[in-house]
Design a protein around this ligand. Structure first.
Ligand code: PLP
Length: 468
């Protein structure tokens, strides 16, 4: 054995203690770190001829990158929809690497853990048992997998096994949606439908939710033609929800495949007052839910739920590889997901779900929604700002009350000032043609103190803008 490998093997205990201390030091100051990572541009290191061993590598890392680490998973990252990582979730992730078991095998603890975690998640979200689920790397991959299964179904409606024969029969397939996430469009590109296969139908006035009458008219004109409908359960700008119960009724009449992107909106089911937003979703054929957002586990994890395990197997099975066994006989997750060898991605979720249970998640979600509503109220009551949509769940979408021609520059300047303050990060968007700012609350750490601190900062920075 190489001498450094031998040395590190003999010092596992001391070294991992140091890594633990380094981790704890980081986590204990996470909310004091700038939220947005400073741009970093280093001269690249060369591959060392002789390595430096584990301990010196940690020192080297800390010297080189230690000052450039941001509080990305801290309490005041309100950009995009960025979850944090609960303490047990971090432990689960660490242990995933320690065990380094392949979650592709049959009959093993990883398979059991994933199946058990999926069942707990079904309970958390109140999804019927008819849904099976798998872990994938993110909601993009969940949308990809859901739409891949949908593609298989679409082929079957036309008498073609797409997984065997390819896309030729689906050249004119249409995927209908209103406000799809960009990852749905990306998935269409990856799946061979092409980005242009999306048909974007109009929303209700002043909304991001689909106009059901428009959808029904579209379905009438396409009667008899197999279609995929992608519904949103939580849009990123304003967390708008398509009327899933109405879409479910149309599905029973027109028979399309219903995929629901509930990446973070699914968590509304954790709190009784918001559960109605998802009512009807059990009619879906496939559902995307992210884990590294509101479940607060580290990157990268999400789930694809579906009621069509056979179509899923037909899509993702490893066929004809004797050494991998018979996909029809031995249940393995690797025959149901894009990945073959698989990290035990369920373990961080398992730890966090066991640690906090349904009540813990209800508290996280409820707390985040309350904070979003409070920020919404503050913004609405202040003349420097304009709330662009009601706060439906965990995102506040607003703009500055300046002349239209100045809105873009002003919102950019405010966001930059807030980034530079290090106290908070939010992201820019354009909502119904208006340059805007979004603040998303999906982190377990965020408290009223954070909101108060940020609100002061927003007011000050905004006042400083108008002086200029
Ligand atoms: C974040 C998000 C995605 C993409 O998720 P990743 O985890 O970044 O792959 C898809 N849909 C919605 C609604 C999202 O919010």
């Amino acid at each position: 054995m190489n001498q450094l490998l031998r040395q590190d093997l003999n010092q596992v205990d001391a070294f991992l203690q140091e890594v633990k201390d380094y981790s704890v030091a980081f986590l204990s100051k996470i909310d004091a770190l700038p939220v947005k990572a400073a741009s970093a541009d280093f001269e690249r290191l060369e591959l060392p001829r002789k390595g430096m061993g584990a301990r010196n590598t940690l020192l080297q890392f800390s010297e080189r990158y230690g000052q450039h680490l941001a509080g990305n998973s801290g309490a005041r990252n309100w950009g995009f929809v960025t979850g944090g990582a609960t303490v047990p979730a971090i432990a689960g992730d660490w242990l995933t690497a320690v065990f380094d078991m392949n979650a592709a095998d049959k009959d093993t603890a990883p398979l059991q853990i994933e199946t058990e975690t999926i069942a707990m998640l079904r309970q958390l979200f109140g999804l019927p048992e008819a849904f099976s689920g798998c872990f994938v790397t993110g909601a993009t991959m969940a949308n990809f997998a859901g739409l891949a299964i949908a593609r298989q179904w679409l082929g079957i409606q036309l008498g073609v096994d797409v997984a065997q024969e390819g896309m030729a029969a689906l050249a004119n397939a249409k995927i209908v949606s209103c406000t799809p996430h960009s990852s749905t469009i990306k998935s269409l590109a990856m799946l061979g439908f092409g980005r242009n296969a999306i048909v974007k139908l109009s929303s209700l006035p002043e909304r991001e939710a689909i106009d059901i009458a428009v959808l029904e008219n579209y379905l009438k004109t396409r009667k008899g033609e197999p279609l995929i409908v992608v519904a949103s359960a939580g849009t990123v700008n304003t967390v708008d929800f398509d009327d899933l119960a109405a879409i479910a009724r149309l599905k029973s009449e027109y028979g399309f495949w219903l995929h629901i992107d509930a990446a973070f909106g699914a968590f509304a089911t954790c709190v009784p007052e918001y559960r109605h937003l998802l009512s009807g979703w059990e009619a879906a054929d496939s559902i995307t839910i992210d884990a590294h957002k509101w479940l607060n586990v580290p990157y990268d994890a999400a789930m694809i739920f579906t009621r069509h395990p056979q179509l899923q197997l037909d899509t993702f099975k490893n066929a004809g590889a004797a050494y991998l066994g018979d996909p029809a006989k031995d249940f393995k997750y690797s025959n149901y997901t894009p990945e073959n060898s698989r990290r035990l991605r369920a373990l961080p979720a398992w730890y966090s779900l066991m640690a906090y249970g349904a009540d813990g998640y209800a508290d996280i979600v409820h707390n985040n929604i309350e904070l979003a509503r409070q920020l919404g109220e503050l913004i609405q009551a202040h003349d420097a700002f304009r709330l662009l949509a009601p706060v439906r769940l965990c995102v506040v979408c607003f703009t500055l009350n300046v002349a239209d021609a100045e809105k873009q520059a002003a919102t950019d300047a405010l966001l930059k000032a807030l980034d530079d303050s290090g106290k908070v990060m939010m992201t820019s968007t354009v909502y119904q043609g208006v340059p805007a700012i979004r603040a998303a609350f999906v982190n377990w750490r965020t408290t009223e103190n954070d909101l108060a601190m940020v609100w002061e900062e927003i007011k000050q920075q905004t006042a400083a803008l108008t002086v200029k």
